[in-house]
Ligand binder design. Structure first.
Ligand SMILES: *C/C=C(C)/C=C/C=C(C)/C=C/C1=C(C)CCCC1(C)C
Length: 279
């Protein structure tokens, strides 16, 4: 439930986190646009999807930020007092879910695309991952907007089923494909899955907070902060690691490209490829 009132500290905390997410998504997208020529064309699809994800997220955070600012108002001088819900305005949590409905399937597309698998394997993976991701988000929404903790709990459990299925596919099916990846990127890709697990795991925990008897407005504030941090890691940081994988794979695929790209650095490309095996 959206709290009736926020203390000044709570208001500022949410305000600053929402603002930070806008900056992170927007400038990650800008960085990736500028960096596209630094990878081979066969990996540019993956990065283009990453740019779209960060762009969609930045857009929705502008909307969330606006919605937050008009939903909570204060009469105190200098804005240092309590903020209460404005008459006729309500914070719209729907923006998050529309955002996730679009971006979560795309994050999985991004990962599968950078692997550059055989077409058949790729479509098999996406055929499983994309609908499961959409189902997970769609099932979470009725619980998220419900003031009733039983409803919240039931939809939370329903949504966890496709969530576990996605993790199963990522950690079982995808492992087979990892063996065919260049040796330089295997470690990074494997760690990327744990980053995904850790950051995606924050969402159901943040969702649960209102059920854990944490005082109303605190639970809501922690939830907003949790979703915000998770969105930065799961989209922007994730995109930068995908970009790194794309760059390392480009170098491994085409030594001439690697030589041109690294010519301003001292080390020879061949010697560098084994030294760059870290995230
Ligand atoms: C960029 C946004 C991302 C990666 C969002 C991910 C969201 C989830 C993994 C949400 C999962 C949920 C559950 C597993 C159960 C409770 C309801 C949700 C939707 C919060």
């Amino acid at each position: 439930m959206i709290p009736d009132a926020l203390s000044h500290g709570q208001f500022v905390t949410v305000y600053n986190f929402l603002s930070l997410v806008i900056a992170a998504q927007l400038f990650t997208a800008v960085f990736l646009v500028i960096s596209l020529p630094r990878i081979l064309p066969r990996y540019r699809n993956a990065i283009t999807v990453a740019i779209v994800v960060c762009g969609i997220a930045a857009y929705h955070y502008f909307r969330i930020f606006d919605s937050f600012r008009s939903a909570f108002v204060t009469k105190s001088v200098g804005g240092t007092g309590t903020y209460t819900q404005a008459v006729g305005e309500s914070f719209n949590e729907g923006y998050r879910y529309v955002d996730w409905l679009l971006t979560v399937p795309l994050l999985l597309v991004e990962l599968v695309a950078v692997l550059a698998l055989a077409r058949k394997v790729q479509s098999q993976l996406l055929f499983r991952l994309v609908p499961a991701a959409a189902l997970m988000i769609a099932l979470g929404y009725p619980g998220e907007i419900s003031g009733d903790n039983t409803v919240r709990g039931i939809f939370g459990i329903l949504s966890t089923i496709p969530f576990l299925y996605i993790l199963y596919i990522l950690f079982s099916q995808l492992s087979k494909s990892l063996k065919n990846q260049p040796i330089e990127v295997r470690g990074t890709l494997s760690r990327l899955r744990f980053l995904l697990l850790l950051s995606w795991g924050v969402y159901p925990i943040a969702y649960l907070l209102p059920l854990l008897n944490i005082a109303g407005s605190d639970a809501w504030v922690y939830k907003q902060v949790g979703y915000s941090i998770a969105d930065i890691v799961a989209k922007a940081v994730y995109a930068l690691i995908i970009f790194r994988v794309a760059k390392m794979k480009s170098y491994a695929d085409d030594r001439e490209f690697a030589a041109i790209e690294t010519s301003r650095e001292d080390a020879a490309p061949a010697a560098r490829s084994s030294a760059s095996n870290t995230v």
